[in-house]
Write a protein that binds this ligand. Sequence first.
Ligand SMILES: Cc1cc2nc3c(=O)[nH]c(=O)nc-3n(C[C@H](O)[C@H](O)[C@H](O)COP(=O)(O)OP(=O)(O)OC[C@H]3O[C@@H](n4cnc5c(N)ncnc54)[C@H](O)[C@@H]3O)c2cc1C
Length: 470
Amino acid sequence: MPANVHILGGGLAGMSCAADLCKAGVKVRVLEAAPQVGGLAQSLKIGEFTVDLGPHRFHSNAQSINDHVLGALDGNVHHRERMSRIFLFKRFFYYPLRAGNVFRNLPPLILLRSFLDYWAMWFRQKVSPLPDDNFENYVRKRFGNTLARTFFSTYTEKAWQIPASQISPDWASQRITLLNLWDVVKKTLTRPRDVPRTYVSKFIYPKEGGVGSIAQGYRRIAEANGGTIVTGATVRHMRHAGGRVTAIGYERDGKLVEESIGADDRVVSTLPVNRLVEMLDPPAPRAVLDAARDLKHKAILFVYLMLDREQVTPDHWVYLPEKHLTVHRISEFKNFAESTCPKGKTLVCAEITCNEGDERWRMSDAELSAIATRDLASVGLFRAEEVIDSAVRKVPYSYPLYDLAYRKNLQTLLGHLRQLKNLVSTGRQGLFRYGNMDHSIAMGARVARTLATGQGPDHGEVATEDESFD
Ligand SMILES: Cc1cc2nc3c(=O)[nH]c(=O)nc-3n(C[C@H](O)[C@H](O)[C@H](O)COP(=O)(O)OP(=O)(O)OC[C@H]3O[C@@H](n4cnc5c(N)ncnc54)[C@H](O)[C@@H]3O)c2cc1C
């Protein structure tokens, strides 16, 4: 068992790891840059409203991970049924797709074109099959050109801001639950009342405090068992020598503090893997630093619009694929938990993707709120006069960008870090893996078990491309 474990980053991966290690009697210290723990799964109070960073539904196929979260929530939980749709042509389409709903709502010309394209692709596949070499081909091959563009490629290009042909097929294989159009029809027809199991899945959500209550629960467990959580501490450098991390430098209240890492200590990093490599002292070789620079994230601007009305939609979230709208998705936290909004009011969180530092990123809160209000009012979701207040949060490391070079760059970085024998890089950011909350929790728990007992399942196997993320 290590003498001390230094955990960098207090998101769900870092906090689940901290809670489990503390329960096992290991001395733990977490360094988190933000004022509170939770990372991407934190919640904020804005006036009387509680908001998350976009929609967060917790769901896991593993009972042990569900139990882990229920333990952290300690009774502050309720069960919900997922409702998410696509808003297109001023109509709602269920997502994942349901055949009857698609046939009823698509404009007749597009429906006809979808049908012809689907069969054209079917024949083409028999003669000269398209390779699964990028996102665009992946969905064209399975749904035909028109449906692929209408429901998948346009939205994906809007959210990622690069052509669908430049996105790795890993993204599609992990995120699109249904295999092809025929699968959509079959699943619709063979399940009772037109509702396939994968479409309406139950999830859990805290009754109070937003999704951030999960990480707060882990914090309570860690502290009750002797752990130390230092917030407002931004890790700046990591010294190493002889294949080991020897010291960590972090900035807190404008002062740089250096903590030395003892011979029997271990370091668990959940920081973005490319930023961690850039912090190494002595620095990594040029080729490794180039790979760190080329591994990219998408940032999200979360625009919160408080509304003087009871509800906008019954959905947890709604996708907006149309290109003329800047917003690509909205969520309504009231539908996750009533407690997130004061009586008679609701709040819509509009997401806009960008790159950290670009023109959108630099826009003022007022400009971003005006864009979101205009978009959502223009498609009739609410009236602009109903907006009573707004707020914006900018989050740089929201999505790992699965471009066609990401695997190679990632392997270079992880390969380099493997030389440091007392370091583990894990979590969504540490493994640059487009996982969900349950995956990060599972990674943290696996690392904790391995450190505390000397053996355990490999954290690197969580959320690999063989799993479907629903
Ligand atoms: C818009 C959106 C919607 C999502 N919806 C869902 C959903 O519905 N269901 C679901 O299961 N998952 C969802 N997710 C995914 C989920 O939020 C993440 O997978 C999970 O929270 C990641 O946890 P993590 O600890 O691995 O990483 P993070 O939460 O990113 O934690 C990393 C931590 O490191 C800290 N950090 C970074 N740099 C430094 C530094 N230099 N020094 C100190 N600390 C640092 C960060 O502040 C952060 O707290 C969603 C994600 C997004 C962006």
